[in-house]
Structure formats: C-alpha cells, structure tokens
Design a protein around this ligand. Structure first.
Ligand code: NIG
Ligand code: FE
Length: 418
C-alpha cells in the first residue's frame, strides 16, 4: 500500500466532471466542473475523492496524518492532458525541409519529389527497434514535461509490413516501459509508397489483405487511420481500407480535408469514424454531417501554423454542434512539437476557442477521441490519478500567457513523475 496523497487548496480545480457521457459539444465544452479551493484524495493510483478542501478535510479527518500533503495554494490543478493524434515513433529528422518550405516549396511538392513522409519512411525503415525506442523516449519525456499523460501514436512510416509492425511494437514496448500511456493506431495508408506509384489500387489490396489481418492478429492497434487527400488516397480507397479495418475490430479515424477540400469530413460521418483529423478545408456540409454523426473533430492548429495555412474553423464547428478535440500532430514534417499547452494557446488564438473550450478539447474530448474517457480526461472518483499542477493560478491565465511551459508537477497513476 502506498501512502495516500492529498492535494489541497487548489486555487482552481478543473474536474471536467459531468453526468453526461460522451464527447462534450456546444455549451458543455465550457463547463469545466470548476471547484475553488479544491481538493483531491488519491490512493493506489486512483482518485478516491474530489471536492472542496473543507469537504475532504472533514471526510478524511481520521486519516489526514497518513497522507502526503501537496499544498496547491495559488495554483491551477487539471487532469493530465491527452494528445489524441501523434506520429511520435519515427527515425531521423527533416529540418532541411523546413528551410525549403520557407523558400516557397509546398508540403505536397516536397512529398511528391520523394521527401516528406517518404523521407521519414526511409529513415524509419533503416532505424533499429532500439534506436526508435531511444528517440521516441526523448519525445515522450518532453510530452510529460508539458503535462501530457496519455498520447495516441500512429504507425505509417513503414508502409511495408515489416516496418509498420516495428513501429507498432515500439509503441507496445514503450507502453510497458514509459510512464505515459500510448494508444496505438495503424496508419499503413499514410502515403502511397513510390514503388506503388500508378498502382494505387494494388497497395490498397495489400493493406487490406496482407497488413490489416496481421496487425489485428497481433493485437498491435486499436484504430485504423488513412491520409485521405488529393494525390494520396481517394475517398473511395479510404472507405475500402477503413471498412476492412472495421471487420478486424479497428476503429476508423481519417486525416481529412487537410490540404484541399476532398469530402473527407463527409466520409468520416458516413462510416462512423470516431474522429476526423485536420479539417482545414472541410466543407459546410461535411461539418454539418459530423455534428449529426457525433464524429469528433480533432483539430491541429500547430500544424496549420507550421505550414503557414489558415487554421480550421474551430469556432464554427463548436457553434454547429461538433465535438472538438485538439492535438499536437507531433511529427517530423508538419508539426515537430510536443507542446500541448502551446496547442491550447493556438486553439484560442487561431481558431477562437475560449480558454475553457480549449482545455476541454485537450482533456476530456481528447480522451473520447481515443476511447479512453472511462480512464482519463477528467478528475472523477474511480479514474486514474493523472494530474497536472500548474504554475498559473487559473485556466484563463494558462491560456493567456502563451508559448511558455507552465507545468509545475505531474502525477501519473498517482506517482509524481515531474
Ligand atoms: O498529420 N498529413 C499527413 N500526415 C502528417 C504529416 C506527416 C509528415 O509530414 O511526416 C500530418 O500532418
Ligand atoms: Fe497526422
């Protein structure tokens, strides 16, 4: 038995507790379940009680002497942040492409010339499993330092069975070794490998018949993602891949309408994807369809900034009733960052989310986008004690003082890790 932890006197305790299940939409995205002078009692890695300091003091009066006390006076306390969309396992780096893009080359130009995703694929194929573990560990450490306690991770820099499995095995090993929880997604359809150029339907068949069954059999992924984009996979090809994944129990996600409007949001709604990602160019009808189907919009404002594009219409999506989550998209090309606090700032600045909505999008709705809302994303009795204590006194101040890491301490499953 570990000693109980009593976090008390939080200036603001953001619980995000609610009786409603499922992703939050509209006004519910602003309801943070805020408790002033808030308090949490943690035992065996699980939250045992949440309330005001007065309430918990009374309830635990007989046991206070047992507890390790954390005085959070003048500090904000929130759930651990959840990043529902990353490409965190990769070999090498692409800083030269950053300079090329500053000189005018586009993301797609670079990819079509064999760079971009293809360059990282070559470097990931060459890297050993140990090298990938080492590089990814550094990135996960950085996530943790920024208050992120759960991340989704995608394969997709293999695009052959061997390397896709290698990336997924790295995630499985890191789930065992690293304190961060990693939720794995298979993304064999991240690009069309050059060896399949002009034979796109053959790679779709290969993905469906040779890759998906093995990934499913080895239980290496929970989700299946496709880059549905002009010049990559068409909506029809994406649908085939995602429907095939469903038959193996893999839940669909879609990189949709990132560079051009392409019917990705509509497809996400049609096939019941749990989330659609990017959506910079999503159509009006696509947004309406997602609101109706309950598909979560996973928006990536750091990617838009990095590609010097207009951000997605986050404000409009919330007003139309779409549940919005946000993410770093951590990857070596379009968003090499591990800072979810920066992503929250950008969600406010470039998509006009309110500070409260941005926090919901980075915690509870993010957990819903990776099916972890029963375990993480809010501070409620019975949930994992994944908690961040911030240097700021309020969530408003956290979103306002931008581009700075305000994390003071992080607990993962009740253990102080930062
Ligand atoms: O989500 N758009 C496709 N995939 C990634 C980028 C991957 C890369 O450039 O390496 C994204 O932005
Ligand atoms: Fe992505």
């Amino acid at each position: 038995m570990t000693r109980p932890i009593w976090i008390k006197h939080a200036a603001q305790l953001v619980t995000l507790a609610s009786d409603e299940k499922g992703p939050r939409t509209k006004e519910a995205m602003s309801d943070l379940g805020l408790i002033e002078d808030g308090s949490l009692w943690i035992e065996d890695g699980i939250i045992q009680a949440v309330g005001s300091t007065k309430e918990l003091e009374k309830h635990y009066s007989e046991r206070i002497h047992e507890a390790e006390i954390v005085d959070a006076t003048n500090h904000l306390v929130t759930p651990g942040l959840v990043d529902p969309h990353t490409h965190v396992v990769y070999g090498g780096s692409r800083e030269h492409e950053f300079e090329m893009r500053l000189q005018g080359a586009t993301y797609m130009d670079i990819m079509n010339a064999g760079g971009g995703i293809h360059a990282t694929t070559r470097m990931t194929r060459e890297a050993s499993e140990e090298e990938l573990i080492e590089q990814t560990t550094c990135r996960l450490d950085s996530f943790l330092a920024h208050g992120v306690t759960t991340v989704e991770g995608k394969s997709g820099y293999g695009m052959n069975l061997e390397t896709e499995l290698k990336q997924l095995r790295v995630m499985k090993r890191l789930q065992e070794q690293h304190v961060i929880d990693i939720v794995p997604t298979f993304m064999g359809a991240h690009a069309v490998p050059p060896e399949y150029k002009g034979r796109e339907d053959e790679i779709v068949d290969y993905l469906i018949h040779d890759m998906l069954p093995v990934v499913a059999e080895q239980k290496l992924a929970e989700f299946n993602d496709v880059f549905c984009e002009k010049g990559v996979y068409t909506p029809e090809q994406s649908e085939r891949i995602l429907e095939a994944g469903k038959r193996y129990g893999l839940i669909p996600k879609i990189h949709a309408d990132e560079i051009e409007p392409y019917g990705g949001a509509e497809l996400a709604a049609k096939i019941g994807a749990i989330s659609a990602e990017h959506l910079l160019k999503a159509s009006e009808e696509g947004i309406k369809a997602m609101a109706k189907s309950g598909t979560i919009a996973c928006l990536l404002p750091a990617t838009a900034l990095y590609l010097r594009e207009e951000a997605a219409l986050g404000r409009k999506m919330i007003d139309e009733g779409v549940a919005v989550a946000i993410s770093t998209d951590c990857n070596p090309g379009s968003s090499p960052t591990t800072s979810m606090p920066l992503v929250m700032n950008l969600a406010c600045i470039s998509m006009r989310l309110t500070p409260a909505e941005a926090l919901t999008a980075a915690t509870y709705n993010a957990a819903c986008a990776i099916n972890r809302q029963e375990q993480v994303g809010s501070l409620e009795v019975g949930k994992q004690a994944d908690i961040v204590l911030w240097k700021t006194k309020s969530y408003q101040e956290l979103q306002y003082l931008f581009g700075v890491n305000h994390v003071k301490s992080v607990w993962k499953k009740g253990v102080k890790v930062v």
